[in-house]
Design a protein around this ligand. Structure first.
Ligand code: ZN
Length: 153
């Protein structure tokens, strides 16, 4: 028959209140119950190792405050997914955010340009021209300036 002695189980209880089924060491406790800090320590190391195994640590993203920055980042993410450096799940989680960011940038760019135009139109230099009033339109810069000048008289 088998002569292997039955392992002595740890005397401590698990967090769930059940008897610990790990093999005991000399003190009557298992390795983890004898060294309560070891478990979380090993867990941390394991976690770090696992993350490292999935992918190399990624470079931080640049500031995505211009359309060009978003475009560059999307190109980089595509490269990273293709090279296996970035999990496709992360990339597909980022995709809608990037397109949202791009839309927000386009909106605010457009808003700024409209505001600039509105300010320009409201400036006294131009106002006369659009009100059809006080200041005559200056045709000086047009190639046919002579034609306009004479035909008016
Ligand atoms: Zn134990």
């Amino acid at each position: 028959m088998n002569a292997i002695p039955k392992p002595v189980h740890c005397k401590a209880q698990t967090k769930a209140g059940k008897p610990c089924r790990a093999a005991a060491t000399e003190g009557g406790l298992c390795f983890f119950h004898a060294n309560p800090n070891k478990a979380s320590e090993l867990g941390r190391i394991g976690g770090r190792k696992n993350r490292h195994g999935v992918a190399d640590p990624l470079d931080p993203l640049p500031r995505l405050d211009t359309a060009i920055a978003v475009r560059t980042t999307v190109a980089r993410l595509i490269e990273d997914v293709y090279a296996g450096k970035l999990h496709p799940r992360i990339a597909s989680g980022l995709a809608p955010l990037l397109s949202l960011q791009l839309r927000a940038i386009e909106r605010s760019d457009l808003g700024q340009r409209v505001a600039k135009l509105e300010k320009l139109l409201a400036s006294p230099d131009l106002k006369g021209n659009f009100d059809g009033g006080e200041q005559p339109i200056d045709f000086g810069n047009l190639p046919n300036a002579g034609y306009y000048a004479t035909s008016k008289v």
